[in-house]
Design a protein around this ligand. Structure first.
Ligand SMILES: [Fe+2]
Length: 260
């Protein structure tokens, strides 16, 4: 459990490595990306909480599969990307929209790349919180299933420029495998080497590695460190190409990671 001034954030495990984030204030909760309804229902019933709403980041089933069951049972608003392609969305959101969640204001960022419809939720009203789905992971970023390297680059730039103290709530426990790759592509990064040992230790005890922070990601995440001479050198060498800008670095290391 992560205790904040107004909202507490709890990870609810789902499938093999998903986290459904539950935002709790007093007895009220919102959940982010409930791919499976059962961990949410159990959490609500065990604590006598009242579900007030659902936040969706993108259309993939492991983020949306629980909407219908939860809405049938609790009749709550469902916020998510515009387009009408996700069943159950009641409040469609676009860039710069603001919504109130448990008394706190959240701003919407459109962050295409992993999918074209991907959005992120950011609050800096009391504690700085980012719910970024499968766009930014600790030590990595989402696969480019629908978007281009150019789009992902722009999306990650929006996130990396948020306040450094922002807590980053990603939807998957991918940190260890991301850092195994980061250690190869960013092999001169001493902070990364130290941090990867901490992550290895946490995972050996089956402990969560999230939330991260923007400050930490700027130090360990190669997809936010595209101007690093060491990363550019390693990416160029790996792909046997000459790299001239950050988008080419991102494209190269994303493809490298896809086959790592
Ligand atoms: Fe996804």
């Amino acid at each position: 459990m992560i205790k904040l001034s107004m909202i507490e954030v709890h990870p609810l495990k789902a499938f093999t490595d998903n986290y459904i984030w539950a935002l709790v204030s007093k007895e009220s909760i919102y959940v982010v990306d409930p791919g499976d309804p059962n961990p949410v229902i159990n959490f609500i019933e065990n604590n006598n909480f009242t579900l007030k709403g659902i936040l969706i980041t993108h259309h993939h089933f492991d983020h949306t599969g629980g909407i219908k069951t939860l809405v049938d049972k609790f009749e709550v608003p469902v916020y998510g990307p515009k387009g009408g392609h996700i069943d159950g969305i009641t409040n469609e959101l676009v860039e710069n929209d603001c919504i109130t969640v448990l008394g706190e204001s959240f701003k919407i960022y459109e962050v295409p790349g992993h999918t074209l419809d991907h959005i992120a939720y950011y609050s800096d009203s009391h504690q700085k919180l980012l719910f970024c789905g499968d766009t930014l992971f600790s030590g990595g970023c989402g696969r480019l299933f629908e978007g281009t390297p150019d789009q992902m680059h722009e999306s990650l730039n929006k996130l990396k420029n948020l306040h450094p103290e922002t807590l980053v709530f990603c939807t998957h426990e991918y940190t260890k495998s991301n850092l195994d790759f980061a250690l190869v592509v960013d092999d001169q990064n001493d902070y990364l080497k130290d941090y990867s040992l901490k992550v290895k230790n946490l995972r050996e005890q089956d402990k969560i590695t999230l939330p991260s922070s923007i400050k930490k990601e700027l130090q360990i995440n190669p997809f936010l460190r595209l101007d690093s001479k060491n990363i550019i050198f390693n990416a160029s060498k790996h792909a046997s190409i000459s790299i001239s800008n950050e988008i080419e670095t991102l494209k190269t290391i994303r493809e490298w990671k896809d086959n790592f």
